[in-house]
Design a binder for this molecule. Structure first.
Ligand code: ADP
Ligand code: MG
Length: 651
């Protein structure tokens, strides 16, 4: 069987399954073969029913009691089977799988694996995997990530089958002087790609040269505060790049509230004074609107024309804005990814800033810098990652760090509580509303289903409006709303016309309402710590004491430890470091959010040493052969090109 063979030609893969796999980027036998397990399940460890842990995956052996029963609600069916062992019983529930009713032979032991959850007040194991215990016992089985609706059993069968069929066919692409395997190779390709991109960025391109003038220090005086030294230093670093004649590609890292907007605005002002245009791209409409207002406030009376490219413009308005951008009448252009669409033509674009960059990929950054003549690129992010790692992850960027918060920031009191505190918290919120202070509530996240997520926000809000917070102005906002509506709500929250804003995580990035002092987060255990830290950063922006309240429904030790970290630390770098240690890098370093190809096996945290080696090796390779022209590097060249197919590599 050939590695490049399309999966559709495999005996156990039909049209439907192939479509699913294609959707995950799996097209060939090789793709399937390199869909590596996330972890292995050691089935020699099983627990008794009485020891099942809520909200966790449990593996246990049990028999089924009689036939199951099926309930139909709307167009869903729920099939419930009672499982028992000598210590107790529990229900297993499957959705839309009526055949589960008769799936089990009586008095026969099966091994089950699934999450124990509380649904409508009842405990149940949701859609557990199962296998006859005599087959399943004492085996170590792979667990695949991103299963996409196919059971683990199917994955094991598909991949087990091709491992057998492709025996002896995997080809070595690393040259002989450099032999390591999977993790190393993966990191090597990552690093090599980044370095080749960097070469492209620097290659023979002349950067727009700006004149150093005193406008920077003049503009800094227009803020109602003095810039911190960290802000000043970063501004200097950026200024230096932009007067040197190279094309700037710089990442500015600064914790939530470190004042990145003021830095961006100062540099934008300077660039515009040099006669150029500046574009600022942000991940959400809400944030774009907020930045727009702030920039208008600061720029308009200085004669700088500021425009917003937003989804809520009418066709006519949009046309007008595009016209202003093309003619050069507009100096400062803000927006979401609308800014990089094809229809936007700039007249004299010199600087592109992306805020909260972790939401954008490398690719979009590339699309931006294709606008105009090699504009400078400034990327701002609050995702705090250790510097060494940042250097590697953003191998194609220079890095500046704002490592200081403005003075007199009040500490935000962070409290993690169990749901039983909810009534008391509502009381606390009312007390603050009576004093004219506002609250954010972040609703439980419902994974993988936006519709249900919206449902949940709506019903949560309704319940507050009708019960606990009846006399208060409670409004909800969520990602599925029209952008105009979202903006109106955010505006009235900002004006103090709403006491409590219930939201999904749309407010996560960048929002600045100094009068909001309480951040209540439901199901805090489901969020990454870096995300909790971002959310917390929405309060503590004014002169009043602020609070972050985390409702933790996670019972396990790690959930508690993670809440503890949030209570003890307010330093984004410490928090992300701890999150990594406690949770592993999977989610936080989901490389996708950094715009890198997804890692299949390398672990950016655990395999840091190999990552460093791979980085030096990639540098070494390019020293020997700058554009991979040697015959011994031919296979490598093909691999790296395939991996980074949409990027401009200097080969
Ligand atoms: P972030 O880095 O998270 O984007 P912002 O730019 O939103 O932070 O700034 C957070 C708040 O701090 C804003 O209200 C801003 O006006 C204020 N701020 C920024 N720089 C300073 C400073 N040097 N001194 C005092 N306040 C500042
Ligand atoms: Mg910001």
């Amino acid at each position: 069987m050939d590695l490049s063979c399309p999966i559709l030609e495999l005996p156990n893969i039909g049209q439907q399954r192939a479509k699913k796999l294609n959707g995950m980027g799996i097209f060939t036998v090789e793709d399937l073969l390199t869909h590596f397990p996330r972890e292995y399940d050691d089935r020699s460890h099983v627990c008794k029913i009485k020891d099942l842990v809520l909200n966790e995956e449990n593996t246990f052996i049990a028999c089924a009691k009689g036939e199951g029963e099926t309930i139909r609600i709307k167009n869903m069916t729920f099939t419930r089977v009672k499982l028992y062992d000598e210590t107790g019983s529990v229900f297993a529930v499957w959705y839309n799988q009526i055949y589960m009713k008769k799936a089990f032979i009586e008095k026969t032991e099966y091994l089950f694996k699934g999450k124990l959850q509380k649904k409508y007040g009842k405990l149940e194991v949701s859609s557990p995997e199962y296998e006859k215990a005599d087959i399943a016992m004492n085996k170590i089985v792979p667990i695949y990530p991103s299963v996409n609706g196919l059971s683990q059993k199917i994955w094991r069968k598909m991949i087990g089958d091709i491992i057998y069929r492709t025996k002896g066919q995997l080809k070595e692409c690393l040259p002989h002087w450099l032999r390591r395997r999977l993790v190393f190779e993966e990191f090597f390709l990552l690093q090599l790609g980044l370095l080749l991109m960097k070469q492209t960025l620097q290659q023979g391109k002349k950067g727009i040269i700006l004149q150093k003038q005193y406008v920077i220090s003049e503009f800094e005086k227009k803020f109602p505060f003095t810039m911190t030294n960290a802000q000043k230093n970063v501004i200097l670093e950026i200024e230096k790049d932009m007067i040197e004649g190279k094309v700037m590609n710089r990442l500015v890292q600064g914790d939530v509230g470190s004042g990145k907007t003021a830095v961006a605005m100062t540099i934008a002002y300077w660039t515009i004074q040099n006669g150029y245009q500046v574009a600022l791209m942000v991940p959400t409409e809400v944030l774009a609107e907020q930045h727009y207002q702030y920039f208008c406030e600061m720029f308009e009376h200085l004669g700088i024309k500021t425009v917003l490219l937003s989804g809520s413009l009418t066709a006519k308005q949009k046309k007008e804005v595009l016209q202003q951008i093309a003619s050069g009448e507009a100096n400062m252009i803000l927006g979401t990814h609308a800014v990089i669409q094809k229809d936007v033509v700039f007249s004299k674009l010199a600087l592109v800033i992306t805020d909260e960059q972790h939401r954008f990929g490398v690719r979009q950054r590339g699309a931006l810098s294709e606008k105009g003549e090699n504009p400078h690129v400034l990327v701002m992010t609050a995702t705090p990652i250790p510097r060494t790692l940042a250097l590697i992850l953003y191998g194609d960027l220079d890095i500046s760090i704002i490592d200081e918060l403005p003075p007199n920031r009040k500490k935000i009191d962070t409290i993690a509580v169990t749901p039983s505190y909810r009534e008391r918290i509502y009381h606390f919120i009312k007390k603050h509303a009576d004093m004219g202070l506002q609250t954010y509530i972040i609703c439980p996240m419902i994974e993988e289903n936006e519709k249900m997520e919206v449902q949940s926000v709506l019903s949560y809000t309704e319940s507050l409006q009708q019960n606990q917070l009846k006399e208060y102005r409670v409004v909800c906002v969520h990602g599925k709303m029209k952008s105009k509506q979202k903006q109106e709500i955010m505006q009235s929250f900002s004006n103090g016309e709403i006491d409590v804003l219930v939201s999904t995580t749309v407010i996560e990035v960048g929002i600045n309402v100094p009068n909001a002092v309480i951040m209540l987060i439901e199901n805090a255990e489901r969020f990454g710590l870096a995300q909790l830290h971002q959310l917390r950063g929405r309060v503590g922006r004014g002169s009043e004491k602020s609070y972050c309240i985390l409702i933790n429904e996670g019972k396990n030790k790690i959930a508690k430890q993670r809440m503890n970290v949030m209570q003890k630390s307010s330093d984004g770098f410490v928090i992300s470091e701890m999150d990594l240690q406690l949770r592993g890098p999977g989610e936080f370093f989901g490389t996708k959010q950094h715009g890198l190809p997804e890692l299949k096996i390398g672990n950016l945290y655990k395999d840091m040493a190999i990552l460093k080696e791979a980085q030096s090796a990639a540098e070494e390779m390019l020293q020997k052969d700058r554009h991979l022209e040697l015959a011994i590097h031919e296979d490598m060249k093909q691999k790296v090109t395939a991996l980074w197919q949409n990027e401009q590599l200097s080969i």
